[in-house]
Design a protein around this ligand. Structure first.
Ligand code: HEC
Ligand code: HEC
Ligand code: HEC
Ligand code: HEC
Length: 460
């Protein structure tokens, strides 16, 4: 049987299952669901994606999509299953302790937590089978399926038609970055921001890199059929757009009014470890901070978290030199403005955000050659940019970048697996340098990066 025909058969079965589900729901609920579904992107719930003929096959189907996506999403043994656990962790002791310290009642019912630990669909867009306890369900990323659930696997269905009906085009790195960043950085919507107050109550640090984190939750194959239906951005573009939009998100949220605690700005935006360093009266043990050429700020001032600025600068230097100069100037101006006053910092933040968006657009509109990718990798791990690795967060982001760029070169066939494997030991040593933030030493980290640089040069 041809793959196309087989997938049509499966499509027909899934539609039958969806119809059956609406019959079981009973006349009233089903009618209400259909009526609202005709106009709005109702989130129908993970149960409506299940079924052995839909997305919860035990083994991959081998046609079109894997169809075992739900099994991957639920995988207890890996990070790929993290989203299905997102609500459940709120019921566990660590989350309960956070909520108790904050005085916000049980975490699993607190709006401060549910915006990210469950599908944030507002109450009027929740279908009959929607459950907060499903955690970050399929529709939290793919969009409410009210208008495409029945049609997305039919014979006449096309990706374009699904998008028109509300399916989120996650293959587009700009779209994907904005979806993930809502929870993996924060947004201006209710319940989607981890304030420093929440951090101080015990929330883990939130770190993110779009391409790497996408690969950790991968439940899809980028094969010829996928590329034909959706196109493929590739790892380098996904990484670069992810960096640009992460910076845009950070400075845009910083510039928006209403954050901060009393006289202080919101600390979440600043480099955590610059404030949380151990101090000692032993003169030989100080200072532990280092001056940073990318940040003209005086000693003793907390730096704005610059992890994405550093990565973005490396990518821009290679593929958009004019914007790179603008980015570096805007970044320095923003850091400087932060040493002056809030109003000036907000103006500088807006300017920097605009530059980050321009870079995102420039990256999205082009492809990245082997030579460019190697040059970006080189700019991340060597050269002048390395002097900016004075703090933990930027350094950890650099190791993720090196990993991602190397993987992209291998998966696109531009570097062979064996050659990449020879870079691994150096990369693993760099990862070891950022494993424990409290043991981070900038000089030792830069030394480990020099070894990555030496190893990657052999790939040229
Ligand atoms: C802006 C989105 C966001 C908000 C709001 C948020 N979290 Fe989280 N939370 C995350 C992300 C993302 C992670 C995973 C961090 C990582 O590993 O990179 C996480 C991880 C956690 C973990 C660790 C889970 C584990 O598997 O070890 C706990 C516990 C937790 N959050 C509790 C809470 C509580 C309680 C609240 C409300 C007070 C809350 N979170 C609010 C995004 C959020
Ligand atoms: C954290 C966000 C997220 C969640 C949650 C999620 N997905 Fe995905 N999914 C993605 C991304 C990103 C892609 C890749 C881009 C694309 O093809 O849309 C993808 C791709 C897919 C594909 C497309 C494969 C193809 O060949 O076109 C299917 C099918 C899919 N997901 C089903 C599911 C199902 C079913 C669930 C729930 C059990 C789910 N996803 C949960 C992010 C998510
Ligand atoms: C609605 C909020 C939400 C969205 C949207 C979301 N995530 Fe998450 N994600 C979370 C939360 C919360 C956790 C932590 C869950 C836990 O540890 O139990 C998490 C965990 C993860 C983890 C595991 C991290 C770790 O340290 O174990 C990965 C990987 C991940 N997300 C990738 C993505 C990607 C890629 C996207 C976008 C395609 C995305 N997420 C979109 C909320 C979200
Ligand atoms: C501008 C300085 C500053 C920055 C930046 C900052 N913090 Fe804090 N943090 C503080 C102060 C001040 C306290 C309160 C300390 C106390 O009461 O002993 C605190 C408390 C905490 C605590 C509680 C410590 C404890 O002993 O219980 C945690 C956890 C924490 N911060 C995490 C973070 C994280 C994660 C970040 C980055 C996202 C961050 N902080 C950024 C200044 C900062």
């Amino acid at each position: 049987m041809g793959a196309a025909r087989a997938s049509r058969v499966i499509g027909a079965l899934c539609v039958a299952a969806a119809v059956a589900a609406s019959v079981i729901l009973g006349g009233h609920a089903a009618r209400a669901a259909t009526e609202s579904a005709s106009t709005r992107n109702v989130h129908e719930g993970v149960a409506t994606c299940a079924g052995s003929a839909c997305h919860s096959r035990q083994v991959e189907s081998g046609v079109t999509v894997r169809q075992n996506e739900l099994i991957t999403w639920q995988d207890r043994s890996s990070q790929a299953g993290a989203h299905s656990r997102a609500w459940r962790v709120l019921t566990e002791p660590r989350a309960q302790a956070i909520a108790q310290r904050l005085g916000i009642g049980p975490a699993q019912r607190a709006k401060e937590c549910l915006g990210c630990h469950a599908d944030p669909a507002p109450a009027n867009l929740r279908g009959a089978q929607f459950q907060l306890s499903d955690g970050v369900g399929c529709e939290a990323c793919h969009g409410g399926s009210g208008r495409w659930l029945a049609s997305h696997r039919t014979v006449d269905g096309s990706h374009q038609a699904n998008i028109a009906a509300g399916l989120v085009p996650l293959e587009n790195p700009v779209t994907r970055a904005n979806v993930c960043l809502d929870c993996h950085f924060g947004s201006s919507r209710p319940g989607q921001f981890v304030t420093h107050e929440i951090m101080a109550a015990g929330h883990p640090r939130v770190s993110f890199e779009l391409d790497l984190f996408s690969s950790l939750v991968r439940h899809w194959d980028v094969d010829a059929d996928y590329v034909k239906r959706k196109g493929y951005a590739g790892g380098v573009k996904t990484w670069a757009v992810g960096q640009a939009l992460a910076l845009d998100r950070a400075v845009s949220l910083y510039a928006a009014p209403g954050r901060g605690q009393g006289a202080f700005p919101e600390f979440y935006f600043f480099d955590c470890h610059s404030c949380h360093r151990a101090i000692s009266d032993d003169p030989k043990a100080r200072p532990t901070w280092e001056a940073n050429p990318g940040r003209p700020i005086p000693a003793g001032q907390p730096p704005f978290n610059d992890e994405n600025m550093i990565m973005l600068s490396a990518a821009a230097k290679v593929v958009a030199p004019a914007l790179a100069a603008r980015l570096d100037a805007d970044s320095r101006a923003f850091h400087t403005a932060l040493t002056r006053d809030r109003a000036e910092s907000i103006r500088a933040a807006s300017k920097l955000g605009a530059t980050a968006r321009a870079l995102s657009a420039a990256f999205a509109a082009r492809s990245f050659s082997r030579a460019e990718t190697l040059a970006i990798l080189d700019a991340v791990v060597s050269g002048d940019g390395v002097k900016r690795y004075t703090d933990y967060t930027g350094s950890a982001q650099a190791v993720m970048a090196a990993d991602t760029l190397l993987n992209a070169l291998v998966s696109s066939g531009q570097v062979d697996r064996g050659a990449a494997a020879r870079v691994r030991p150096a990369l693993d040593r760099a990862y070891a340098q950022v494993r424990d933030p409290n043991a981070y030493r900038p000089a030792a980290f830069r030394e480990s990066l020099a070894q990555v640089a030496a190893a990657t040069r052999s790939l040229r």
